[in-house]
Design a protein around this ligand. Structure first.
Ligand code: AMP
Length: 284
């Protein structure tokens, strides 16, 4: 069954009755197959999955798309209903709080900050973004009290921030990272893709193509990193790249001299839309 809850008071009451293990998938809605893949995995793991839909104002900068961000609760509920069909004994609790004070009541001035990780890469382009993300996820964890939280590796830095937060605060929740779901074209699915016109979607394929090119030059060998860096330098002459970098996969440190797992992280910007993608590479 599926249950929609919009008030926090009701959520707290409902959650108090659930004794078995609970999975949790936090989202900002406007659902696509990427979000649904997290839900499917959570439903395999637990009978009861909480799925939040909340466009969190704290993670948007002043000139970003908070007002414009697509809010499509009716469409989202249809997708979620399809997802639960035929799954006997499973429950999805959709928590779609409104207004914002349902999540952040007046007087709740807490800010959760994961220092270091919050200032690099995405954090340079979006200064308060990760504090906003960590703060909302902490608050949602506090309300939902999940045993496991499911996050997409598409937002790789966000996944690391959440893992670090859970670790720092010794939260009793296991953070699960889930693979990137892509359009047939290779473009990573994202609610923001709908800001793109058809020709821009075509242009956006440069993102994965470039990541794959760098991956193929590395060919899992440390000795190829200099050549890969030359290729990156050449690709990023195009100023539409916010960044395309090889980083340590566990820390996102620039120093990869002893790393064996790399994350090649990239953002390509078309108009105001920043498209994120990444590839993980093992090197010897
Ligand atoms: P959002 O609604 O954009 O905040 O995303 C909610 C969750 O879905 C986050 O954990 C994202 O990383 C994840 N997600 C978004 N797009 C994808 C995708 N294409 N593949 C896998 N996970 C995704």
């Amino acid at each position: 069954m599926i249950k929609l809850i919009t008030s926090t008071q009701e959520l707290i009451k409902y959650r108090a009755q659930e004794k078995s293990s609970v999975g949790f998938v936090p989202t900002m809605g406007n659902l696509h197959k990427g979000h649904i893949s997290l839900l499917e995995e959570a439903l395999k793991d637990a009978d009861c999955v909480y799925f939040s839909i909340f466009v969190n104002p704290k993670q948007f900068g002043p000139s970003e798309d908070f007002q414009k961000y697509p809010r499509t609760l009716e469409h989202d509920m249809k997708l979620l209903e399809q997802c639960i069909e035929g799954k006997k004994g499973k429950t999805i609790v959709v928590y779609a709080p409104s207004p914002v004070t349902e999540v952040f009541p007046e007087g709740d001035t807490r800010v959760i900050s994961v220092s270091g990780l919050n200032k690099i890469l995405e954090g340079k382009y979006r200064p308060d973004h990760f504090d906003g993300v960590a703060t909302v996820v902490y608050r949602l964890f506090e309300l939902v009290k999940p045993d496991k939280g499911f996050f997409g590796l598409k937002d790789y830095q966000q996944y690391l921030v959440i893992k670090q937060m859970a670790d720092d605060l010794k939260l009793p929740v296991k953070i699960i990272g889930m693979p990137i779901i892509r359009e047939p074209s290779g473009l990573a699915m994202s609610s923001r893709n709908q800001y793109l016109f058809a020709d821009q979607k075509e242009e956006a394929l440069i993102l994965l193509r470039s990541l794959k090119k760098v991956e193929s030059i590395i060919a899992n060998k440390r000795s190829n990193l200099d050549e890969a860096q030359k290729e990156i330098d050449s690709i990023t002459k195009d100023k539409k790249w916010n960044y395309l970098e090889m980083r340590d996969a566990a820390t996102l440190s620039e120093d990869i001299s002893n790393s064996t797992e790399l994350s090649i992280v990239a953002v390509y910007q078309i108009g105001n839309t920043r498209l994120l993608d990444n590839i993980q590479v093992t090197i010897k």
